[in-house]
Design a protein around this ligand. Structure first.
Ligand SMILES: [Zn+2]
Ligand SMILES: [Zn+2]
Length: 143
């Protein structure tokens, strides 16, 4: 499966040759700021499946204390992907052009969501981490 993604101004483009997995939306106050939105909308990608196509000169990074970071476009401000040890390990779903053929599996940190956000009743929601995402996070750190 091939997917493409790009930022708002279209200068930065990427390709994914493979499948995305573990799509989730985190409603914590940090993700709200990082994604300038009510929550993150993010899925994991195998680093070897991900390739920048153009515009990397406009790409800039913010890496937090734990080594996880986000990369975004200097020109338009779109957040494109998440990095760990300089490798892309996930992408923001909003920048993908095609149907990624997956849905957000769970909503996490709903306990600290913004007061103005309304989450539909019929989606899996967790006050904090979802049990399986804790495992996914540990696996990522081991690599
Ligand atoms: Zn841009
Ligand atoms: Zn979060």
């Amino acid at each position: 499966m091939k997917l493409t993604g790009e930022c708002f101004c279209g200068e930065i483009k990427y390709e994914i040759n493979g499948r995305l997995r573990d799509a989730k939306s985190c409603h914590c106050s940090r993700c709200r700021k990082a994604f300038s939105s009510q929550a993150s909308a993010y899925a994991l990608v195998k680093p070897s499946d991900f390739k920048w196509v153009c515009g990397t000169e406009l790409l800039t990074s913010y890496v937090g204390k734990q080594g996880f970071g986000l990369q975004f476009c200097k020109q338009c401000g779109s957040t494109l992907c998440g990095i760990y040890q300089k490798k892309v390990h996930g992408v923001t779903l909003g920048c993908i052009n095609e149907d990624p053929e997956l849905e957000i599996g769970h909503h996490i940190f709903v306990g600290s969501k913004a007061s103005w956000e309304v989450i539909p009743e019929n989606v899996p929601q967790y006050e904090e981490h979802a049990p399986d995402s804790v495992t996914a996070y540990r696996n990522l750190k081991k690599r």
